[in-house]
Write a protein that binds this ligand. Structure first.
Ligand code: SAM
Length: 214
């Protein structure tokens, strides 16, 4: 898989790697916050944790940082490759609206920002049940906007699809939905996902084009 663009790596370093290395609990750089890889994976429950809850001596924010340290980079790489393949014929003429379900720390937005030309822009709607993750994602999105050479992003956050307050009238812009977190879900309920997605889609876009049965 091609490497993550250097500007995106720099953002991850300043927001994830450096704070963990500077933490007084980190004695060995390979074990941030004093937890080896196995213990860290237990602390984040393989990405399925309640990221608003502390875990032992770890705060909710510590768990988000550990998640970003151990898992986010690989997800950025995978999504970057997915975007390269989906848009191999070129980017849409109009700015994308991106809906990232179970967004975590802005992972899908980071991957897309690294692939689009710097003059591009997109709207990003990050949906995550964890307030701590949404706050972390917001900091990432602001960092991208403050970095020369990366696209500009209007970002919105919500705990569920029903909570999204889309400020613009319905239009014709292309919508990209990222559902990657579901791949790790142990209790995937397709109906619970698709029904609110259709309402949201209709709210944002004038007309939805679908194939097959609703
Ligand atoms: C495995 S992490 C993935 C984060 C991000 N998509 C990535 O690839 O790095 C899963 C995220 O989904 C969130 N999540 C889990 N169940 C959810 C639900 N029912 N609704 C919204 N978010 C959920 C968690 O809080 C967590 O941040």
């Amino acid at each position: 898989m091609p490497p993550i663009p250097p500007l995106i790596e720099d953002i991850r370093k300043s927001m994830v790697v450096d704070p963990l290395r500077a933490d007084s609990r980190t004695i060995d750089p390979g074990s941030p916050l004093g937890l080896n890889a196995q213990k860290a994976r237990e602390a984040i429950n393989w990405g399925q944790a309640d990221f608003d809850e502390p875990f032992g001596a770890l705060s909710a924010e510590d768990r988000g940082l550990l998640y970003a340290y151990w898992n986010q980079k690989r997800h950025v790489e995978e999504l970057s490759e997915a975007f390269r393949q989906i848009f191999s014929d070129g980017w849409p003429d109009q700015p994308l609206i991106v809906i990232d379900l179970g967004c975590g720390p802005f992972t899908g937005g980071l991957a897309l920002a690294g692939q689009l030309p710097p003059t591009a822009s997109f709207d990003y709607i990050g949906i995550d049940r964890s307030q701590a993750m949404r706050r972390f994602g917001e900091r990432f999105a602001c960092k991208v906007n403050a970095t020369n050479g990366l696209p500009n992003i209007d970002h919105y956050w919500a705990s569920s699809m029903a909570d999204i307050k889309w400020p613009q009238p319905p239009g014709w812009r292309p919508i990209l939905v990222i559902v990657s977190f579901l791949l790790a879900s142990t209790s995937l309920d397709v109906k619970c996902l698709v029904v609110p997605m259709r309402s949201l889609h209709a709210h944002i876009r004038i007309n939805m084009i679908t194939t097959g049965n609703p």
